[in-house]
Design a protein around this ligand. Structure first.
Ligand code: SAH
Length: 221
């Protein structure tokens, strides 16, 4: 398999990845399931080859179409927040992008539904996940503001792009006890929030300041 993007070339070396895992631990990521995924998902596979040497830096990087692959620390923090109160079985992800967050989640969750509004990115994510033999992900080219009603309710809904306010349609698709995790607010003033659907209504917790691309409307080829 020499020359394959999946093979062990220098930049993907165990040592480089371990350094990233160490950094995330120093930043307070404790869940070993999350750290193991960061260690084993080949992040370079989700990026243009020109940027692949930077794949194990803890930073967001461009993936085309004005979008980014999320910073590993943020992916780890969101995954940890999502696993915190028991492992959800069925989740809806809004903003597939390159599919990195999806790949981190895949073996930890039974059923994943993911929506992306840019068709080209969705196609690329589909190919990358297939290459990694990940098969429990259902993809949809659609506007995530509306959710995926036909498959609701979800144990968890994860947004990887920031709305100014969480769409009510998404909160409505949470099952009882379900959690929605989203960066919320205008660029430069976003906070990671976790909403939990309880008998009495929706509970809201703030998990810290973050910086994400905005949640947009409509579709793009
Ligand atoms: N999850 C990715 C990061 C994605 S960046 C990762 O792991 O790196 C956010 C993504 O949300 C972009 O690809 C953007 O096109 C998408 N997006 C923005 N608004 C959307 C919407 N309304 N519906 C679906 N996807 C949306």
């Amino acid at each position: 398999m020499e020359g394959s993007r999946l093979s062990g070339i220098g930049m993907t070396s165990a040592r480089t990845r371990e350094r990233l895992v160490q950094r995330l631990m120093e930043q307070g990521i404790l869940d070993s399931r999350v750290l193991d995924r960061i260690r084993s998902v080949p992040r370079h596979l989700f990026m243009d080859e020109a940027l692949a040497t930077r794949a194990y830096e803890d930073t967001a990087l461009p993936i085309g179409f004005g979008q980014t692959i999320s910073q590993p620390l943020i992916v780890a923090r969101m995954t940890e927040a999502l696993l915190a109160a028991g492992t959800p079985k069925k989740i809806l992800e809004i903003g597939t992008g390159c599919g990195y967050q999806t790949a981190v989640l895949a073996p930890l969750i039974e059923e994943i539904y993911t929506i992306e509004r840019i068709a080209s990115l969705l196609g690329r994510a589909r190919r990358s996940l297939r290459e990694l033999k990940i098969r429990n992900v259902n993809f949809r080219h659609a506007d995530g503001n509306l959710g995926w009603v036909a498959r609701a309710p979800y144990d968890c809904i994860l947004l990887t792009a920031a709305p100014h306010d969480v769409p009510q349609a998404l909160l409505d698709q949470l099952g009882l006890g379900g959690r929605l995790i989203a960066p919320v607010g205008p660029e430069g003033h976003q906070e990671l929030l976790r909403f939990t659907r309880e008998e009495a209504g929706i509970r809201r917790e703030a998990l810290g300041a973050v910086s994400f691309v905005p949640l947009l409307s409509g579709l793009q080829r």
